[in-house]
Design a binder for this molecule. Structure first.
Ligand SMILES: NC(=O)c1ccc[n+]([C@@H]2O[C@H](COP(=O)([O-])OP(=O)(O)OC[C@H]3O[C@@H](n4cnc5c(N)ncnc54)[C@H](OP(=O)(O)O)[C@@H]3O)[C@@H](O)[C@H]2O)c1
Length: 335
């Protein structure tokens, strides 16, 4: 059996308290960069690599780890592995962590393992807690809207998760603006406000600018944006080819190579030039770009190795993007 050395987090991890930002009108602060465990924490990634990524993140002050019932591969495996990492390294730091999970996509066979029923959400939350060896999660999300289940039922399930102590806060993910507004209204009426909405946002996918951000702001909800690097496309790695050790090169389930179109590559090359002109990498500029809007609480990144966390954290040290640079980015994206 492999013996793990005890983990001693970096003592200076909270030196920069400006790295934490209030989530909507709540008392909870989230780091500007959070770490997602979507598919680098399943049965493909060596356990020690997972550990190095988690430790690099926590050492850097990233206090928020985001999971879901179906993260892996296979489904459930990321939570199972995270439970082991909790036991080995992070148990003493439980109160320094914001751990989230979700349910809403297909998870187990039959009519009760998918969508938005009370039956599914509560059973799934119990399974997640068991897999992660946790008594509660900090945030539980409904992972995607379910038009077939009354919104009141889904929200009542979230309320129950808070009332029963399984979750400290609850949120929604992938909801359009109108459903988010309705969900927020229901929960506010019950005195259990929705904390946050988790939505995709990056230079190539800007639909949340058309209403959702205003809705969340008005509702006092925070916004955590996933895929700020477009799964790795908004980095310098695909400029010349598809490296074997990249997401698109190693596991097309998570980034199909045909998504990296010629049109995108031309834009990526121009964006890369702009970033280099600022003395930074494209990944760093892409993160600064999503965080330029104060309504965005946190950017939820993925990482396949610890060095990416170190590089991405440096994004916050560069000067903010000037108006002319933002216009130049718009021109590239619209070209
Ligand atoms: N709510 C939802 O429906 C939903 C959906 C998707 C994701 N999410 C959440 O969002 C999280 C992040 O998603 P994502 O991993 O797709 O986001 P992302 O940050 O856009 O992409 C991360 C990937 O980009 C590459 N990368 C990261 N930093 C890099 C750097 N500095 N230089 C070069 N490459 C770099 C790595 O891929 P390589 O393997 O190529 O190195 C890494 O795994 C997930 O873990 C999950 O928690 C939520």
């Amino acid at each position: 059996m492999q013996i793990f050395e005890a983990y001693h987090p970096h003592e200076g991890r909270y030196d920069n308290m400006e790295f934490y930002c209030r989530c909507g009108r709540s008392g909870l602060m989230l780091p500007r960069l959070s770490l997602g465990l979507w598919h680098n924490f399943g049965n493909i990634t060596p356990f020690d690599t997972q550990r190095q990524i988690l430790c690099a993140a926590f050492d850097a002050g990233i206090t928020h780890f985001d999971l879901a019932n179906n993260y892996g591969p296979p489904y459930g495996e990321a939570e199972l592995n995270f439970g082991i990492h909790m036991d080995r390294d992070f148990r003493p730091f439980r109160d320094e962590l914001v751990v989230s999970t979700k349910a809403g996509y297909d998870m187990w066979a039959g009519p009760y393992g998918n969508h938005g029923s009370r039956k599914y959400l509560i059973a799934s939350a119990d399974q997640s807690l068991k897999r992660m060896h946790l008594d509660y999660v900090d945030i539980f999300y409904h992972h995607r809207p379910d038009p077939e289940t009354p919104l009141e039922e889904t929200m009542a399930a979230l309320r129950f998760l808070v009332d029963s102590g399984r979750a400290l806060y609850v949120g929604i993910s992938n909801y359009p603006a109108d459903m988010a507004a309705k969900a927020s209204q229901i929960m506010q009426g019950w005195g259990v406000p929705l904390l946050i909405c988790q939505s995709r946002y990056n230079m190539f996918e800007r639909s949340i600018e058309k209403g959702l951000l205003d809705t969340l702001d008005a509702a006092g909800m925070g916004c955590i944006v996933f895929q700020p690097l477009a799964g790795g496309m908004l980095t310098n790695k695909y400029l010349h080819d598809i490296p074997k050790d990249s997401r698109a090169g190693s596991d097309p389930r998570y980034l199909k190579p045909d998504m990296i179109t010629q049109d995108k590559l031309i834009k990526i090359a121009k964006l890369n030039e702009l970033a280099l002109g600022r003395g930074e990498t494209l990944a760093q500029m892409a993160l600064q770009w999503v965080l330029r809007d104060s309504r965005i609480t946190s950017a939820l990144i993925g990482a396949s190795r610890p060095g990416q966390i170190v590089e991405n954290m440096k994004a916050l040290a560069f000067p903010a993007l000037a108006d002319e640079e933002l216009s130049a980015i718009d021109r590239i994206l619209e070209s």
